[in-house]
Design a protein. Structure first.
Length: 356
């Protein structure tokens, strides 16, 4: 029987497979962002005090192994200063261990899900021209993410009861940059099937992405500093939002050394910037959505509008709830979805500029 599948069609099939692969990895990254949020909110991140890339994939299987892990945890400040005096039991330790173990297991899965198919496409020589450097950069980001994750954990093993908020922000932002890169590359490959050149980020979209990056940065700092708690709580409590403990400008800011220090380290000021910079992001996203609609992409416009609208409501609800676990996790999840929608919008507008 002769091959009725022409080379051009095979190339198209290979490209479609790569698109599915990249979007699948993006979904895994989205999942690990959510699990990372749960890990942080349950104070689980320091429960595993060693980094074992291979053997660490297997959790403790016997009572003796569990006791050994618990004894190692008892040596760090989070236990000696917080959980130990509170009377933490082995069962409670197993709960926080579970979330950190799942987080690390997903990290391994993301690495395998990206590296093995990449090697397969590379060996088969099906990667389109010009895409190898970009895919290698995404692979490097994944490796860096793992290293940053352990670097973050080490900051809470000897001197502090929690990890460094700067390292936590770096860890989260690299994950989100990787997510954006995966989506952008998948969209470029989808366009390649239709003979379109790779999209470029125009000046306006660069500003939108920068504004969103700042918001995500301060959101990560809020998480690392536990700054969500400083606003107060209570459903429909206007003193918690839009005010902070009854005032528009929080009076708890400690101006140590310089204003720049407070901007990145003071929980009151970090929270204040995060909640009000959000409206700058909303303004530029509304303009982006209008541009998308004018370009005939009502679907992307709706995606951008929906993402930032839900994100705003979740942010307010999270504060009012006193940082309820699942509301806070949903807020982080939709933040990642908002990034994905914004990258999609920037890609559409960049593609339209290329075709002009």
């Amino acid at each position: 029987m002769t091959d009725t599948h022409p080379p051009l069609s095979r190339a198209a099939d290979d490209t479609a497979s790569m698109v599915r692969w990249l979007l699948g990895v993006a979904l895994l990254v989205l999942t690990i962002v959510v699990v990372g949020g749960i890990t942080r909110l349950t104070e689980s991140g320091l429960s595993i005090t060693e980094w074992k890339p291979v053997t660490g994939a297997i959790p403790p299987l016997s009572d003796a192994e569990w006791q050994a892990e618990f004894e190692a945890y008892k040596q760090i400040p989070q236990y000696t200063q917080v959980n130990g005096p509170a009377g933490m039991t082995l069962a409670q330790y197993k709960f926080i261990y579970f979330w950190e173990w799942i987080h690390r297991l997903l990290a391994r899965l993301v690495g395998i899900a990206f590296a093995l198919p990449l090697a397969w496409f590379w060996i088969r020589k099906t990667i389109p021209a010009g895409y190898k450097p970009r895919l290698l950069a995404l692979l490097a980001l994944g490796g860096l993410q793992g290293a940053i994750g352990w670097w973050m954990v080490t900051s809470g093993l000897s001197e502090d009861v929690k990890v460094s908020h700067f390292r936590l922000a770096t860890h989260l932002l690299i994950a989100l940059v990787t997510l954006g890169g995966l989506i952008w590359t998948a969209l470029d490959l989808m366009g390649l099937r239709d003979g379109k050149p790779p999209a470029r980020i125009n000046g306006f979209c660069a500003f939108v992405l920068l504004a969103l990056f700042v918001q995500l940065l301060f959101g990560a700092l809020v998480a690392g500093l536990r700054a969500g708690y400083v606003a107060g709580a209570g459903w429909w409590n206007w003193d918690a939002w839009p005010l902070m403990q009854g005032a528009l400008w929080p009076d708890g800011i400690v101006w140590v050394r310089a204003s720049g220090n407070a901007l990145l380290n003071d929980p009151y000021l970090v929270h204040f910037v995060h909640r009000w910079w959000a409206w700058v992001v909303v303004a530029v996203l509304v303009v982006m959505a209008c541009k998308l609609r004018a370009a005939g992409r009502r679907d992307v416009s709706i995606a951008v509008h929906s993402a930032f609208g839900i994100q705003l409501l979740l942010g307010i609800a999270t504060v009012w709830s006193g940082i309820g676990l699942w509301l806070a996790v949903a807020h982080q999840f939709v933040g990642a979805i908002l990034l994905a929608a914004t990258v999609w919008g920037a890609h559409v507008l960049g593609s339209a500029a290329n075709s002009d």
